[in-house]
Design a protein around this ligand. Structure first.
Ligand code: ZN
Length: 480
């Protein structure tokens, strides 16, 4: 609590933690008592908003936030599945927002379940304007017409930009992209070029990228890099789930797993189509020459098919386990490390619980992937040292506390152990984002607390000093 929740003119405050039992308050709340009797008490909470909706953040739609010049800008899925943006000033410890940045086509029909695919992705261009991509899950045929690169499902992929640099209060819509995108992932290169990656439709669609060289004001036509393709041997379609992020220099790295997209009637069991995923792959996009290569440096024909992926880009087979790809990064020598969750199929549509696993390229071969002490849960990977590998993961303890904690290895991923717990909540789970771009150490991920029996989420901004809170009156946005 060394970063006391100082707000405005309130000075010389004393933070009394709930854990100390000094002040009666519910978990997650504390009371800042003023040294002066004349200043009213300010009740503090450790979340910044209570209006996150459903899976309000995730690893795949990323980055969800960016730190620039002492301010962390973050986005999440809020009421009616619309994108919301807030900002935290690390110097003054003050929040602004959340502000609604746009309107999603999804989340408005009360007869439909929360879709969750249109969560916002955020990037700041080199002129300081903040861009948000959101709202897509394949588009709709009757609204958007044929999808030339895949199928439809719902929503409309949208792009908004802040009206003024580094100002989250007002937004305008840009008409730059097809409506079909799902799972936006955005990478800004050192020269300011912006690459937007997404799946061009629902689960039977190519993955594509668009390039912008004018701070996101216009984008190139989509270019396919992972090909969806009907199988000739099974009643199913090849499909993919990549995680795309900046590599070294002009390179972008991609780790991905495979989705065997069954036609319902052809599926091997009564579940029909499932969310099964399997196997792990890796490749590199050199934005300098526009070519894709495998980890050995061999050029790959694009868009990549399953056959070529299995021959040239395979990291590991998952065997009987089902996977759910997480993220990847490079170590100080420029070698890739990948986090991916895997678990047994115990009959759910999603298979079953999946444990985080770690793979790395040692210069000659892929190693790792064995079961370690890493938990059932997900989150982003970071490799600060040659043998120092760490994950910031959401998971659950044996006594059903939801935690967000560091898990570290000092032997290159052979063994992991839990280290600092940054947030703990009883009888709750979390959704967690990828690491915020250029993250401040006090604001590394966004998390949504998933209480039992509610779709509303308390939203947290979390770093090495724990969650960054604010007065309860400012964090209370719903009519509770
Ligand atoms: Zn499918």
């Amino acid at each position: 609590m060394k970063k006391a929740f100082l707000t405005g003119p309130v000075a010389k405050v004393l933070a009394l933690s709930c854990l100390g039992g000094v002040v009666a308050c519910s978990p997650g709340e504390s009371v800042v008592a003023s040294a002066s009797q004349s200043i009213p008490e300010v009740q503090m909470v450790d979340y910044f908003a209570d209006d996150g909706l459903g899976n309000a953040v995730a690893v795949i739609q990323h980055p969800a936030g960016e730190h620039l010049d002492g301010i962390t800008y973050i986005s999440y899925q809020g009421p009616y599945e619309d994108p919301y943006v807030a900002a935290y000033n690390h110097e003054t410890a003050e929040w602004s927002g959340p502000y609604q940045a746009g309107v999603s086509l999804m989340g408005k029909d009360p007869t439909r379940k929360i879709d969750n695919h249109g969560k916002p992705t955020l990037i700041i261009d080199n002129a300081g304007y903040i861009h948000i991509f959101f709202g897509g899950h394949g588009g709709m045929r009757d609204v958007h017409g044929a999808n030339p690169l895949g199928n439809h499902h719902y929503g409309e992929n949208r792009h908004v930009v802040s009206k003024r640099p580094l100002d989250i209060t007002e937004w305008e819509t840009l008409d730059t992209l097809p409506p079909f995108g799902t799972y936006n992932q955005v990478v800004k290169m050192d020269n300011g070029d912006i690459y937007l990656f997404y799946r061009h439709g629902a689960h039977r669609s190519d993955w594509v990228y668009h390039k912008s060289t004018d701070n996101g004001r216009t984008f190139s036509a989509p270019v396919s890099f992972l090909k969806h393709k009907r199988r000739t041997d099974l009643g199913a379609v090849d499909s993919w789930y990549p995680y795309v992020t900046k590599g070294k220099g002009d390179e972008i790295i991609v780790s991905f797993d495979y989705h065997l997209c069954w036609d319902g009637a052809s599926a091997p069991d009564e579940r029909g189509h499932t969310a099964n995923r399997q196997d792990l792959f890796y490749m590199v996009f050199d934005t300098g020459d526009g070519l894709w290569r495998n980890v050995q440096g061999e050029q790959l024909p694009m868009p990549l098919t399953r056959e070529i992926a299995e021959e040239k880009a395979l990291v590991a087979r998952s065997g009987d386990l089902w996977s759910f790809n997480a993220s990847s990064t490079l170590d100080p020598k420029g070698r890739p490390h990948i986090g991916i969750t895997m678990g047994e199929d115990i009959g759910h549509v999603t298979g079953g619980p999946k444990q985080m696993r770690h793979f790395r390229w040692d210069g000659e071969e892929w190693v790792g992937g064995h079961s370690t002490a890493l938990p059932i849960g997900t989150g982003d990977i970071d490799v600060p040292g040659q043998n120092h590998v760490r994950f910031l993961l959401k998971s659950q303890t044996d006594d059903r506390n939801g935690i967000i904690a560091w898990w570290e290895s000092f032997d290159g991923g052979q063994t992991f152990a839990q280290s600092e717990v940054l947030l703990r909540r009883p009888n709750a789970g979390f959704a967690i984002s990828s690491t915020i771009r250029n993250a401040h150490r006090d604001a590394q991920v966004i998390a949504a607390e998933i209480p039992r029996g509610s779709v509303n989420r308390r939203m947290y901004l979390i770093g090495d000093s724990g969650p960054l809170g604010r007065p309860k009156s400012d964090a209370t946005l719903l009519n509770n």
